[in-house]
Design a protein around this ligand. Structure first.
Ligand SMILES: [Zn+2]
Length: 324
């Protein structure tokens, strides 16, 4: 469990014991902050027939699901009839899905004590869906708990927010984050600009490995003009790709700057000039803006265009080099 989630677990454990848990909980925080992890811990606790107290490393007492009772096993295999996980089918959560969740909550629990609904990315609810949910939030059914997650609370209707208990998951940043995460974060810290936007890479090893692979493919593309289709696939299919493109390009600019102000330093990245990198950065920033504004169906086209523009910048540099 991410260390900054513990205080939330502690408070929720107390409320669980006293049976004063809020009917609707909204967990907000940046990507990688651990919203889903916290929600899943709570859902498992609510499903369990004999939860027990455990101590965290710093001696804090929190409740945990036993992991062995019948309802725990069902919850683990995602087949607990008292829990509903609402995920977006396309790019939005529609009114029908929310109505289904509402009627699900109306029924009494079949096996356990609670009925639970988890709505991930609640900010993509349509207005009609949000209004349908509002009714349930205003008149909650007994022993039902709705947990909403969002990384952009601004996009939610204020009336929704005001009817939920907001839990803001705030990870520590910078040096403190690196200390907490230990060795795993050290490699990334050598990239010199650890900040909150890099949280998924820092706290999730698989995402970090994806990042390294993505970087390798991107660099190979701009330095050697190789593997264009592989690069396109990664841009299209990785949810972090646009952020990484910006981030890696800024990193290249920094390296470039350092190597030009420190003459003694070995120039490792002199294959692209400062001017070319600046152009590349502009192309990427604009391209990413356009891609973000498109729906999934049209992303392929605008992503291909971005890659063509990157390719143009790089090819122009090669031509300039040969001429000089
Ligand atoms: Zn259990």
């Amino acid at each position: 469990m991410k260390p900054w989630l513990i205080e939330h677990q502690q408070r929720l454990s107390k409320q669980f014991e006293l049976q004063i848990l809020p009917h609707a909980i909204l967990i907000t925080g940046v990507q990688g902050a651990g919203k889903l992890q916290l929600a899943q811990w709570l859902m498992q606790l609510l499903a369990c027939q004999r939860p027990s107290k455990t101590q965290t490393q710093d001696g804090t007492e929190i409740l945990q699901a036993c992991g062995q009772c019948k309802t725990c096993l069902l919850a683990r295999s995602d087949t607990l009839p008292d829990h509903l996980n609402l995920k977006a089918e396309k790019n939005s959560i529609g009114v029908d899905e929310i109505r289904f969740a509402n009627s699900f909550l109306q029924k009494t629990a079949q096996l356990g004590h609670y009925k639970t609904v988890l709505i991930e990315h609640s900010e993509i609810m349509t207005v009609a869906a949000a209004n349908a949910l509002l009714k349930t939030l205003e008149e909650p059914t007994d022993n039902s708990i709705i947990v909403l997650l969002t990384d952009d609370i601004e996009q939610l209707l204020p009336t929704i927010v005001s009817r939920t208990r907001v839990l803001s998951v705030r990870p520590v940043v910078g040096e403190a984050l690196l200390r907490l995460l230990g060795d795993g974060a050290i490699e990334l810290s050598q990239e010199k600009f650890v900040n909150l936007t890099q949280l998924p890479e820092l706290t999730d090893k698989a995402v970090y490995e994806d990042f390294l692979l993505f970087k390798q493919i991107y660099l190979n593309f701009i330095y050697n003009q190789q593997d264009e289709s592989l690069f396109l696939q990664h841009v299209l299919n990785n949810q972090h790709s646009l952020r990484w493109l910006e981030q890696i390009t800024v990193g290249l600019q920094r390296e470039q700057l350092l190597s030009s102000t420190e003459p003694a330093r070995v120039k490792t990245q002199d294959k692209l000039t400062a001017q070319a990198l600046h152009q590349l950065y502009k192309v990427i920033i604009n391209g990413c803006k356009v891609i973000k504004s498109y729906t999934q169906a049209n992303k392929q086209f605008v992503s291909e265009q971005l890659i063509m523009k990157i390719s143009d910048v790089v090819e122009q540099t090669q031509i300039n080099k040969q001429e000089s």
